[in-house]
Write a protein that binds this ligand. Structure first.
Ligand SMILES: [Fe+2]
Length: 370
């Protein structure tokens, strides 16, 4: 994101809120009418639908069109909350003051906008600990997924998070895919891998569904091809694992999966599962939805991203029944010992410089011998 886009992002919700204020003044009677309840209900349904369209339909809209949807989401969400507050206030005060209503709506919108925008630029470490008898010593490593550089975040936000990672000094870094996306230029793709390479920490990369810009034709341009991408990644000392595995320590194996969006290229589990059973197995698979593969592979720990934890309220809750694994730690198997899946909320959100579901995280994982 750049300052010009930030200015548009700040202006859009203010313009939409101004339209809402104008309509409220023109049709002021509705505060007293039965329509108030019906309109609140319509707004509640509408902000959920807009959230879903904004986040779940990828690479159909340009960045600015997505901003427009995002701004509508924020205004309608804040209007719904304002309506509920006004209804509660009315129980006690029987007050239908239009000026108070408009000021409250504006204040609620600004609070939600400010929180979500600052939250989208605040990238924090998420500390996790896993115990296993398979590891002979303690290991600390970092998992980063869904940077989407630099679509939704200022480059400075990303760079300062990388500086923090350097200070943590992990044994190695796992990149969980979608490090770039269809909106990333060749120069920016080069920049992020140079920045990660400059950390001078052994780094392993797996593909996400956006890195290869497979759907870029929908937004009218492709910035780089897969050969250019792989060359830049390798030139910066980063190892690509595409349905491959590798020791990172004598007791630790990393398995990197090809993304499920490349169905024809993704190998069957039986074709890659030829590692020694006594090592601790970490599988990195961008999408957490491949439950059958996950069970067959039987890694001690699977790390995934892709979901952005829903990004916009209440998508985290809405996704859950359909996809099961949306965010956080899941116990996949407890026999003969515990095997886990961890789904990261992601380093960044998708396109919008806004998130009000969870935070932007990278995982600092401590593997302990027990
Ligand atoms: Fe993804």
């Amino acid at each position: 994101m750049n300052k010009y886009n930030l200015a548009i992002w700040i202006l859009l919700p203010l313009i939409i809120e101004a339209i809402f204020i104008f309509v409220r003044i023109k049709y002021s009677d509705y505060l007293q009418s039965k329509m108030f309840f019906i309109l609140t209900l319509i707004k509640a349904i509408l902000f959920v639908v807009i959230a879903f369209v904004t986040i779940s339909i990828d690479n159909v809209f340009t960045v600015r069109t997505t901003y427009l949807f995002g701004a509508m989401y924020i205004v309608i969400l804040s209007n719904t909350i304002t309506n509920i507050i006004m209804r509660i206030v009315n129980i006690f005060y029987k007050n239908n003051n239009l000026v108070a209503y408009n000021i409250l709506a504006l204040v609620v919108m600004i609070i939600i906008f400010t929180y979500g925008t600052i939250n989208s630029q605040t990238i924090k470490p998420n500390y996790l600990t896993f115990d296993s008898h398979k590891v002979k010593k303690n290991h600390t490593f970092v998992f980063m997924s869904d940077i989407h550089y630099p679509t939704a975040q200022f480059k400075s936000s990303v760079k300062s998070a990388l500086d923090e990672i350097k200070k943590i000094n992990p044994e190695f870094i796992l990149l969980g895919g979608d490090i770039t996306d269809e909106f990333t230029t060749y120069e920016d793709m080069k920049e992020i891998y140079e920045s990660i390479g400059a950390l001078q920490i052994p780094t392993f990369y797996i593909y996400g569904n956006h890195d290869r810009q497979n759907k870029a034709y929908k937004i009218g341009r492709t910035e780089f091809d897969v050969n250019e991408l792989e060359k830049v990644i390798k030139d910066n000392g980063i190892t690509i694992l595409k349905d491959e595995w590798q020791y990172v320590s004598e007791d630790l194996i990393i398995v990197g999966r090809e993304d499920v969006s490349e169905k024809q290229n993704r190998k069957k589990v039986e074709d890659i599962k030829n590692w020694p059973e006594d090592a601790y197995i970490i599988c990195v698979d961008h999408s957490p939805y491949q439950r059958k593969d996950m069970m067959e592979l039987g890694a001690d720990l699977q790390l995934s991203g892709h979901t952005h934890a829903g990004q916009l309220f209440p998508l985290k809750t809405i996704y859950k029944p359909a996809v099961k694994y949306v965010y956080g730690k899941y116990l996949i198997n407890s026999s003969p010992y515990n095997k886990y899946l961890y789904v990261s909320s992601g380093f960044s959100g998708w396109v919008l410089p806004f998130r009000n579901e969870e935070h932007c995280n990278y995982e600092v994982i401590n593997l302990r011998n027990n």
